[in-house]
Ligand binder design. Structure first.
Ligand SMILES: [Zn+2]
Ligand SMILES: [Zn+2]
Length: 441
C-alpha cells in the first residue's frame, strides 16, 4: 500500500497485505501556519455539540492555548479553559492518575476536549476523554514524541509506569512555527524517539520470524521514505530547517500510526525503549530524576544498535538457557510488579532458542535483520549533529547507572527484544561494560 503523501494515510480504511483491515486514526491532520485558529472546523467535524474543554499548561496556554480558545469562542463554542498547574516550581505537569482525576473533576459537561501541548497534555486529555467517551482534538506544540496520533497513554498509576490503551484524537493540528519555536530539547527528544524505529522494527521482525507473532510490513515501512530527511541530515534538525522539522513531525505521527494499526507498541518500541523505561523506574528505587523519554530512547537506540552488531556477528551461537526469574535485589520494591512480565516470556525465550538452533534459522535471522538496521555510528552521529543527547552524561546519569538499565531492560516486558537476544547468544551480560565504555561514556 502506497499513499500519495505522508498525510494521505489519515482517515483511510484499507485491506493490508498483513491480512488485517486497517482504519487509520486520527481522521485528519493539519500541518499549516496558524493551525490553532482552524481548531473550530476540526472540532465541529469531531463533536456532536458545541461545548468544548481546552486543556493546557501554563506554557502551552501562551503558545497556542489562548488562540484555540479565542477561535472556538468566536465560532460560537462554549469553552471551558482548564489550565493544569505545575506540580512544583520548575516542574511541568506529569501524566499520572492524580492529575487525570483532577482534570476529570474540573471538566464540566462538554462534547469534546482539545489538548494543547506535547506528550503529557495529549495523554492526559486522551485518558479523560476516553473514560468519558467523548472525542478529542490535539493541538501539538512540539515535535517531541510519537504519541500524538497514538491510541495509548504512557501514564503512571499508583506510582508505576504503565501503557494504557485508550483512543487516538480525531484530528491533530500543528503550526510549523510553533514546533520550530518549541524548546529545542523537546525537538531533540522527538528525534531520539523516532530514531528507535529501525531497532524496534528488527525486534518485532525477530518475534515474527522465530515465534510467528503478527507482523505488518506497512507499519514497518511507514517512515522509510522520510527517515533519510532527518537521519542523514541532522543539521537540518539543529537549524530547525522547515523540511527537516516537517519530516520529524511526520515521523512522530506515523510511528504512532504504526502502533495503532498494528495494535501493539512493537513497531516503535523495542529494546531501546526498555532501557529508557528502566531508567524511569530506577528513580522509584534508587532516587534521582530521569530525563525526557525521547532523549533516553536515543541513547538506548545507540546501545541497542551496538548489541545488534555484536549479536549478528556471531556465526555459530551456543544458546544460553534464559534466567528463570528477575533480579530481586535490583528491583527492590518494584520486584513484584516486574516479575510477572518476565515470567510471561521465559517459555517464549526457551522456544526461541530451540528454533534458532534448527539448521539454517540463525543465518536466516542474520540475513533478514542486518539490512533493517542502522549502524550505531550513524545513530550517534545523527543525534550528536542534531544537538541531541547521545551519552550517559547528556541524560543526567552515570555510565554505571546506564549500564544497570542496560542489564535489566529485558526483565520488564513479555516481548522479546535485542536485550533478550543478546543474552540468548551469550553476548550479554559479558559485553555490558564494553558497550557502555564504547558508546555512552
Ligand atoms: Zn517512545
Ligand atoms: Zn497491515
Amino acid at each position: 500500500m502506497k499513499f500519495e503523501n505522508p498525510y494521505a494515510i489519515f482517515g483511510r480504511e484499507f485491506a493490508c497485505e498483513c491480512g488485517r483491515t486497517h482504519r487509520v486514526a486520527p481522521r485528519e491532520v493539519l500541518y499549516a501556519p496558524a493551525a490553532a485558529l482552524r481548531a473550530p472546523e476540526f472540532c465541529a467535524r469531531a463533536a456532536k455539540g458545541r461545548r468544548a474543554a481546552a486543556v493546557m499548561d501554563l506554557r502551552t496556554r501562551r503558545v497556542a492555548g489562548e488562540a484555540v480558545c479565542d477561535a472556538l469562542s468566536r465560532a460560537g463554542w462554549t469553552v471551558q479553559v482548564i489550565v493544569v498547574p505545575d506540580p512544583a516550581p520548575e516542574h511541568s505537569p506529569v501524566c499520572d492518575d492524580l492529575t487525570r482525576d483532577r482534570i476529570a473533576a474540573e471538566m464540566g459537561p462538554v462534547d469534546l476536549a482539545v489538548s494543547v501541548g506535547g506528550g503529557v497534555m495529549t495523554d492526559l486529555v486522551r485518558w479523560v476523554t476516553f473514560e468519558r467517551k467523548i472525542p478529542f482534538v490535539s493541538v501539538a506544540t512540539a515535535a517531541s514524541m510519537n504519541g500524538y496520533a497514538s491510541a495509548s497513554i504512557a501514564g503512571t498509576v499508583k506510582g508505576v509506569k504503565c501503557l494504557i490503551y485508550a483512543h487516538a484524537p480525531d484530528a491533530v493540528l500543528a503550526d510549523p512555527q510553533t514546533l520550530r519555536d518549541a524548546p529545542f530539547e523537546l525537538t531533540a527528544s522527538g528525534l531520539g524517539d523516532v530514531l528507535a524505529k529501525p531497532i524496534s522494527t528488527a525486534d518485532w521482525r525477530f518475534n515474527h520470524m522465530v515465534l510467528g507473532d503478527y507482523y505488518c510490513p506497512l507499519s514497518v515501512g511507514i517512515v522509510a521514505d522520510i527517515e533519510p530527511l532527518y537521519i542523514e541530515r541532522p543539521e537540518g534538525i539543529r537549524a530547525r530547517a522547515p523540511e527537516a522539522m516537517e519530516a520529524l513531525f511526520q515521523a512522530c505521527l506515523l510511528t504512532g500510526v504504526a502502533m495503532n494499526i498494528a495494535d501493539t507498541s512493537a513497531p516503535a518500541s523495542g529494546g531501546e525503549h526498555m532501557i529508557s523505561h528502566v531508567l524511569d523506574m530506577m528513580c522509584a528505587v534508587y532516587g534521582g530524576e530521569h530525563d525526557m523519554h525521547g532523549r533516553q530512547v536515543g541513547v538506548g537506540t545507540i546501545l541497542s544498535a551496538e548489541l545488534y552488531r555484536r549479536v549478528l556477528a556471531v556465526e555459530s551461537p551456543v544458546f544460553v538457557e534464559p534466567a528463570s526469574s528477575t533480579d530481586r535485589a535490583f528491583w527492590g520494591p518494584l520486584h513484584d510488579e516486574v516479575e510477572p512480565h518476565y515470567q510471561g516470556k521465559v517459555e517464549r525465550l526457551r522456544l526461541a532458542a530451540e528454533r534458532l538452533a534448527e539448521g539454517g534459522t540463525w543465518d536466516h535471522v542474520r540475513r533478514t535483520l542486518a539490512p533493517m538496521l542502522r549502524r550505531p555510528e550513524t545513530l550517534r552521529d545523527c543525534l550528536a549533529h542534531a544537538g541531541a543527547a547521545y551519552r550517559a552524561e547528556d541524560i543526567g546519569c552515570t555510565p554505571d547507572r546506564l549500564k544497570r538499565a542496560l542489564l535489566h531492560g529485558h526483565e520488564i516486558r513479555s516481548r522479546i527484544t535485542i536485550l533478550d537476544l543478546a543474552r540468548l547468544v551469550g553476548v550479554m551480560p559479558a559485553a555490558a561494560d564494553e558497550v557502555i565504555e564504547q558508546w555512552a561514556s
